[in-house]
Unconditional design. Structure first.
Length: 168
């Protein structure tokens, strides 16, 4: 079964939120703090969530690309163009925005979301971890593994960065 674009957007924003400075500090952004809303809402109005997503994605891309590398790989924050465009379009939906806001109200609620939407893993490898290739990048089960890797990583404070190869 294929993952929906909406579910992919939710996973991205949940992990993006958890990786921010005020949660686990994997990247030094703070697009989801209360102060950022006061700054972003007058400028972006109805597209504030999209602006937050773009900001946290850029911050996370830098960390992921530095550790995984670039070229022939994809990860949660740098996907094939049609998935990126789909996420961008999906974030214009107010219903999806509300669902995301409910998940990222706190560190614990975001971790709970990952717990409910992940495959439990026993002692995964630390660092860049290959989870599939371009053919499996839309597979719901693989994304449950990705969510499980990020969950394990946050809970144990061991950095695991799941990625897909562009090779078959």
């Amino acid at each position: 079964m294929n993952i929906s674009i909406e579910d992919l957007a939710i996973i991205r924003l949940t992990v993006g939120y958890l990786g921010e400075r005020d949660q686990f500090g994997w990247w030094q952004s703070s697009f989801f703090t209360q102060g950022s809303s006061a700054f972003l809402s007058p400028v972006f109005g109805r597209t504030q969530l999209l602006a937050q997503c773009n900001g946290v994605t850029r911050a996370a891309v830098l960390v992921h690309d530095e550790r995984i590398g670039v070229g022939n790989v994809y990860h949660l924050f740098r996907l094939p163009e049609e998935l990126e465009q789909g996420i961008h379009q999906a974030l214009h939906d107010a219903h999806l925005g509300g669902a995301i806001q409910n998940i990222i109200t706190s560190k614990n609620s975001a971790l709970d979301f990952l717990r409910k939407n992940s495959t439990a893993l026993n002692n995964p490898s630390v660092g860049p971890t290959r989870v599939g290739n371009i053919k499996t990048i839309r597979d719901q089960k693989v994304w449950n593994v990705v969510a499980g890797l990020y969950l394990f990583s946050f809970e144990t404070q061991k950095e695991i960065l799941p990625y897909f190869t562009n090779l078959l």
